[in-house]
Structure formats: C-alpha cells, structure tokens
Design a protein around this ligand. Structure first.
Ligand code: ADP
Ligand code: MG
Length: 265
C-alpha cells in the first residue's frame, strides 16, 4: 500500500530577515506538515514574531541565495487574501487594530470579507451569520456576541479573533503569544478551546515564550534563539530542564502535570 504523502504546511529554506538594523532571522530552515501541532518557542527578541510576519507578508525575507524560499501549502507565490482563507492567523498586532467599537459578532462576520468590522457595501448573508454563531458557540463565547470589542477583556477579544479566523474553516491556526496578558483562569479556558480545535483536526502552530502554553496536543517543538533554529524535535526530546536552561540562558526547573509543563523557576 502506498503511504499518503504528507503536505507541508510551512516550509522555510535558508530564510533570513532584517528588522531595522537587526538581523532578526538568520538562515532559518524548517518545515511543518499539515496536521501537525507545533510550538515555536524562544526568548523575547529571538525572532519568533518575525517568523510569523514573514508568513503574513508584513516582513519580507532577504533574498540571499537561490535555495532561499518560503512555501505555504506548497506554494511560493500566494496572495494575502487567499492565504487568509487557508490559514487563520491571530497576532497581538491584529488584536490592537481590532480594538474598535464593533460587536463581537460583526467582528467575526467581517472575517468573511477579510475586513475589520462591516461596511455598508458588504453583503452579509444569513448563512454567514449562522456560521459565525456556530463558531461563537463552539468557542463558548456566544454570550459576548453583542458586546463591543472595546468592552471585552484581552482573553475575550482574543477568543473573538480566533472565531473570526475560523470563518473560512482554515486548515491551520497560527497564533503569536496567544496567552499574553491573560490571567490564569482565562489562559486555562483559552488553552482548552485550542485543544478542542486541535482535536477537531485543525493544525495549531503556536508561538510562545511560556512553556505552560504548550497544549497536550502539541508534540513538535521548534526552538528559536538569536534568530536561528536552536533545536527542532519532539516535546519529549526538547522540553527538558537542560535544553530549556540553555534556550533561555538561565537555569530552569520544570514540572509536568496533566499533559502540561510548568516552569517552577
Ligand atoms: P520575538 O517575537 O521572538 O520576541 P521579534 O521577531 O519580535 O522577536 O524580534 C526579533 C528582533 O527584531 C529583535 O531584536 C527586535 O528588537 C527586532 N525588531 C522587531 N521588530 C522591529 C522593528 N519594527 N524595528 C526594528 N527592530 C525590530
Ligand atoms: Mg513576539
């Protein structure tokens, strides 16, 4: 029997990127298959958000060799609106620009138009509203549908943006620091929703500097340090005190509980 060929969701080959005068990424080569759940971890300033911005085309790679490329679902050339329908991407920058006086439901429905909020020229169908309502239900945030984005907590607003990213039924969700500014209870609730989405078959790619964000469904760990891939492997191999101490340049102690890892110091 022929084995089913894996589809690469993301492929970075010898990719470098400059932010201002800083070389934020230096010769990154990595590949994540569709269906994989992965965490990209590393200290602050290591280049994690730059990696995401290369995918969303908010940053461009330095073209330094013919072997240097970025492929998304096997394609090197893609248009941003098509990309948005294939991948759901939620970042702190997006959250900032979505902090507007728009109801949660309208924010979610606006995902169909790749806009932020709805405009009179857009034709919203019953079907779109039904779909938005069922996603709000799935994420347990239906009670916030009529609340303004400006009157939501950081966690609630973030959940709304995940809902917005899900309207196209993307194959993968890419999240940059998804639990930043959430309190422990909001973090737990949020990670539980992510686990549900992973169980429902979405690829979850999460960028974080907190090991407690690594939901049990994530098995692949990509470590970034000083703009380079520091290590790439399974959770069992890499979520270890010795490796994490080196990654974060400080001695750490970890504890595992219910499939999650916690930093003790
Ligand atoms: P991370 O997400 O891992 O914290 P970033 O990708 O945001 O790291 O940043 C990588 C490097 O690029 C850091 O040294 C940071 O200071 C620098 N950098 C990020 N954004 C900018 C910017 N807009 N202008 C100049 N330098 C930047
Ligand atoms: Mg970042």
């Amino acid at each position: 029997m022929q084995r089913k060929k894996k589809v690469p969701l993301l492929e970075f080959s010898n990719v470098s990127a400059q932010r201002g005068t800083t070389t934020a990424l230096n010769d990154i080569t990595l590949s994540v298959d569709l269906g994989e759940n992965a965490a990209i971890i590393g200290p602050n300033g290591s280049g994690k958000s730059t990696l995401i911005k290369l995918i969303t085309r908010e940053c461009y790679p330095i073209q330094n060799s013919s072997e240097s490329f970025i492929k998304i679902l096997g394609e090197t050339v893609w248009d941003v609106s098509r990309l948005r329908s294939m991948l759901g991407i939620v970042s702190p920058d997006l959250q900032e620009i979505c902090n507007r006086r728009i109801s949660g439901r309208d924010m979610v429905v606006s995902g169909f138009f790749s806009s932020i909020g709805l405009f009179p020229y857009q034709y919203v169908t019953e079907d779109m509203i039904d779909q938005a309502n069922s996603i709000l239900d799935l994420l347990n945030i239906s009670h916030l549908a009529d609340r303004s984005m400006t009157d939501m907590s950081a966690g609630q607003a973030r959940a709304m943006l995940i809902a917005r990213a899900l309207v196209h039924d993307p194959q993968a969700l890419i999240l940059d620091e998804p639990t930043s500014s959430l309190d422990p209870s909001a973090t737990r609730k949020f990670l539980k929703s992510l686990s549900e989405l992973a169980k429902a078959g979405k690829s979850i790619i999460m960028v974080t500097h907190h090991i407690h964000d690594i939901i049990p469904e994530i098995d692949r760990i990509i470590m970034i340090k000083n703009g380079r891939v520091f290590a790439d492997g399974s959770k069992k191999e890499l979520i270890k005190e010795s490796v994490l101490s080196e990654l974060f340049s400080t001695p750490v102690e970890i504890q595992k509980k219910d499939g999650f890892y916690y930093l003790l110091r």
